[in-house]
Each structure stands twice: as C-alpha cells, then as structure tokens.
Design a protein around this ligand. Sequence first.
Ligand SMILES: O=C(O)c1ccccc1NCC(=O)[C@H](O)[C@H](O)COP(=O)(O)O
Length: 202
Amino acid sequence: MDRTKIKICGLSRLCDIEYVNLAMPDYAGFVFWEQSRRNVSIKKAEKLSKALDSSIKSVGIFVNAPFEKIINLCDKNIIDIIQLHGSEDNEYIAKLREYIPKKVIWKAYKVCSKEDLKAAESSAADVVLLDNGYGTGKCFDWSLIEEFTRPFILAGGLTQENICDAIRKFQPYAVDISSGVESEGVKDKEKILKVVTTVRNC
Ligand SMILES: O=C(O)c1ccccc1NCC(=O)[C@H](O)[C@H](O)COP(=O)(O)O
C-alpha cells in the first residue's frame, strides 16, 4: 500500500516555502479566501509557488470562488490541484471540470454528522477531504468516519502528537495540517520538519 502523503497548508511567506523545501511534504497549500488570516493574493502566490521545490505539488484552497479566479491561477501554473472548501456542489465541480479538465479537484467536507459523510461519499471530486472547518486547529469526531469507504484526506486539528495515531487508525490517502505547524500564528520551521519526518516514519 502507498504511504500516506502529507500536505502543509496555509503558507504565506517566502520563509514558509524555505521550510517546506527542507521538509519536503507532498503538497503545499495556499489559501485564496480574503477572510482568512492565511489569505494570499494571486501576485504573492505566484512568487511563492515559483520558489517551491518542483516535486511538491501546490494546492489552491477556495471558498465558493468565481470560476475565473481558479482558471486564472491554473493557467498561470500557480496551482497544480484545486481544493474547494466552501459549499460547492457536484454541479459546480462538473462545470469547473469543463474549463480545466486536466486538473485534479479535491472537495472538503466539514464533518459534523453521518449526513455530511453521505455527501462526501457521493462527491464528484477526485478526492474528498474530511475536516472540521476552515483551518480551525480542532479535530472533528473521528468515530464518525470509522466506516467511511472512500479514500480521503484527513484534516482538522492534526498535530505532532496525534498524527501517527490517525494514520494507523484510518490509513488516509493524505493528512493535512495547518494550525498544528504554527507558533504564534505563523508557520514554524521546526514543527514542519518534525511532523513531515513523523509522517514518513509512522
Ligand atoms: O486555513 C485557512 O485559513 C482556511 C480558510 C478557508 C478555507 C480553508 C482553510 N484551510 C483549509 C485547510 O486545508 C487546512 O489545512 C485544514 O482546514 C486543516 O487546518 P488545521 O485544523 O488548522 O490543521
């Protein structure tokens, strides 16, 4: 079986890119949502993604964004993968695919109940991401996903302390971490290096 991949999300400074280039996670995430403290402009993201090691895939995170914004970022090769984090439905995903058929689309679901998992099971996205919200730093109730059958990315409140347990228990396609590799609201080099090594070795 393939090893669980890791995404470090919410990068916004050039030094964050230096940290991930040292740690070498599989994915690096840029948030394109103005209400987030981790939001990056298109111009900034272009700079950051150019500095990113070419073997790390860049993921653009969107919340109910207009198609033009996503298409523009794809056309400029700033992002490799699209992560939809709002209330985008299968119709939205189908339309987006018509514009950019070659791009991989991830869809995030906030998991509060079994109903949320039903929606995730029937998602038209290539991969689903199960989360607690918008980079909250808090876990959802993991007991809800014990019978979830589709490959998924696990997110929400992952830390150096709980990430290995989560991988052993659920064998997700990937784990996604943001707050857990921050100190005082910014990305922390040592935490990033440590968590990527932990995931590689667990
Ligand atoms: O991180 C944000 O600020 C954000 C804002 C709006 C939509 C999504 C956002 N983050 C998405 C992610 O993929 C995070 O990595 C994921 O929610 C896990 O975050 P955390 O619980 O802080 O590790």
